[in-house]
Design a protein around this ligand. Sequence first.
Ligand code: NAD
Length: 493
Amino acid sequence: MEPAPDARVLVDRARAAQSSWGSRGVAERVATLEQLPQLLLGGIDCLADAIAAENGKPRAEALAHELVPAIALARHHLGAAVAALGPSRITSPTAPYRSAVRMHRPYGVVLAIAPWNLPFLIPFSQVLPALLAGNAVILKPSELTPRVAALLVEVIAACDLPADVLQLAVGDGALGAELVAAQPDRVLFTGSVGTGRTVMAAAARFPIPVGLELGGVDAAIVLEDADLEFTTSAVAWGATFNGGQACCSIERVLVHEDLHDAFLVRLRDKLQRIDIRRDLAPAIDERQRGTWQRHVEAARADGLTVSGGEPLPDRRYAPTVISGDGITNATVWQEETFGPVVAVTGFGGDDQAVALHNDTEYGLTASIFSADVARARALAQRLNAGSVAVNDVAATMYSTPELPWGGIGRSGFGRSHGVDALLDAAWVQVIDAPRGPAFGPKRPWWYPYGPELEDAMRALGAAVATARPATRLRGYARAGHLLLSMLGRQPKL
Ligand code: NAD
């Protein structure tokens, strides 16, 4: 294997390549990448094989959770980029003689640091908006999934992307740290809270703006009128797809006490009936599976009821349900397990459900199940979670390209996907210029100050304070008259 190139060399190369890429208009960059959805479609089976081989997830999940959403995301971003990132005019009644334009300028060199659990879609979601906004990108994938990342870079480069506009940096956390220290202009990080803190602290030295997408202990809330059959199927899938190794997998379930016992019986039954060899992804490595086992053992030691909860051959793990008194103090409730393990508790009313849900420092996604969609929508507004799905598993929202994605609290900040991701990839510059020729030797509010300026400012204040059009017009007219009449009389200064 070739030695990893020096981080500073990568950043220098990216910076050199970015200047001409960034000076192209957004429409030209869209045209360069226009073939991307078709190229992805053409390589879909080869990419699915690579994801399944390297990450271990079923091929069906590689297609459904990564590749088809990537194609949809590419189509969305290519379609939305010009409107989102092109210049737009801003008018202001307080400066009617001027016209401002909002520009979206690339940061320069963006460093994208990615995890292994969605080895294609997550880095793709970081890289594409950054490129469309005119940045050069260095992708540092997880050391556990470098081959998928190499294919990702290959497929984007096949769009005649100029050399070094997108570079791959394969290595572990140490290389990630070196890349941050080499001072890119922006860092996008998706991964665990602990590493996110380290990355943010390192970036703070310069400072470099960061976007953080971190973990979660996402919950499903099951109201008393929920359809038990549908909801238990949803939770069985939402807690275990990708072997539960998703930031947005369901780790906690709050069930109305009327349904609690029946819910537990049916959920355990459904989890036991999963075809583990065919459908359940293995742990990415023994370290990951060790975390699951540790959390489950801690629950047993706390006297909680555990069904499943045992290692199986080929790094698999029996889908696990944990319940019992005091569960909300247990590690499985408080900390991200990131495995096929779900903790269930009951609640008595909506207020208690909200309090239990929000009693965590995380806030990525939530799912609410109810026959009354309006009630569930209202409840959603009380939950501290970036994405809330009603009668579905919120994880699915990650596959919908229009929906902005991200959390609050320990789950991070910034948004990927949707127009928000495109806007997040650029900084805003405003350029303001006169509409027509100059109307005086200077502005009346420059030196020297005097009582007329104060009168004019009072009139302007009255105009901007009111919501009534007639009063506003009168205020502007008086302020304009006073300011214009000052122009001729002021000494030059
Ligand atoms: P991780 O934090 O261990 O690693 C993530 C990346 O950071 C890897 O590429 C790693 O090499 C790199 N890294 C490690 N130390 C670094 C350092 N000091 N400086 C710079 N880079 C460094 O996370 P992981 O195990 O790969 O992924 C699982 C975690 O990611 C879970 O917590 C999961 O919830 C989270 N995640 C969040 C989202 C989201 O959208 N919010 C999506 C997927 C995964």
